[in-house]
Write a protein that binds this ligand. Sequence first.
Ligand SMILES: NC(=O)c1ccc[n+]([C@@H]2O[C@H](COP(=O)([O-])OP(=O)(O)OC[C@H]3O[C@@H](n4cnc5c(N)ncnc54)[C@H](O)[C@@H]3O)[C@@H](O)[C@H]2O)c1
Length: 278
Amino acid sequence: MSLASQDPLDGVTTRCHRILMTGAAGNLGKVLRDRLKRYADVVRVSDIADLGTAREQEEVAACDLSDPRAVHELVAGVDAIVHLGGVSVERPFEEILPANIQGTYNLYEAARRHGVRRIVFASSNHVIGYYKQGEMLDADTPPRPDGYYGVSKAFGEQLASFYFDRHGIETVALRIGSSFPEAKDRRMMVTWLGYDDLEQLIKRSIFVPDVGFTIAYGASANRDRWWDNSKAARLGFRPVESSEQFRARVESVPPLPADDPAGWYQGGAFVKAGPFGD
Ligand SMILES: NC(=O)c1ccc[n+]([C@@H]2O[C@H](COP(=O)([O-])OP(=O)(O)OC[C@H]3O[C@@H](n4cnc5c(N)ncnc54)[C@H](O)[C@@H]3O)[C@@H](O)[C@H]2O)c1
């Protein structure tokens, strides 16, 4: 077998004792809540929003990520963190700052103090949202955020890079495209990430050895691509889903008018959000 076809998870145990997932009440948190039990004896689910009562194999921990003491307690005793929590759309900077910037700092600092060695950081395509649609990017393409939200995710990536270099905490930063049940428009035909591919990416990000600080794009095996994942080859991510199943429906709707910037940039409609409070 050639090296290229070897799976980096061959011979690696894909189970640990306790995984913490922040943002567990959100869209992707709901998708992953039960799926993560395949990879840990206990999943500690956390959010600022209500999570209901603990299910089997679960611990439920309410936590505001902007509160450093609460985050410190939250992180005690975990082997790995899947960090989904925070504001997930473009909002005024005053809302982004505590949840995404202070919150991600609190999480990394708690991880350092508790000796957690691996974090999966839910970054976003909005880190590179101001590149033109059709332009091929990879993990070394400089950030070009399309709003405060994208800036906060670029901050999280840089923080993760620093915590690896300084403290050896490994991170896979996933620049997730559009992870929804369906691709709903022409942009999402390119950026769509199916939930099975999301799970594969999260699993690999937790367990593949020696990832250091890795940036990976989260898109399925869609017909058209803007993102080259070759620099994240270490993960061995092989998407198996495709947005093609949604093409007929998506293309039955007229495209955006030629003068709509949502159709020009990779970040889509996020480039039109705000300014806020004028
Ligand atoms: N769904 C996607 O397609 C997509 C694309 C790119 C990036 N992402 C990222 O993936 C993650 C999950 O996305 P999602 O679609 O599930 O988002 P979501 O908005 O549904 O979930 C985010 C969760 O974070 C929680 N949260 C917000 N502020 C918090 C705080 N201060 N303390 C604790 N929890 C807080 C919210 O209550 C919510 O449940 C987010 O970080 C998002 O930015 C998602």
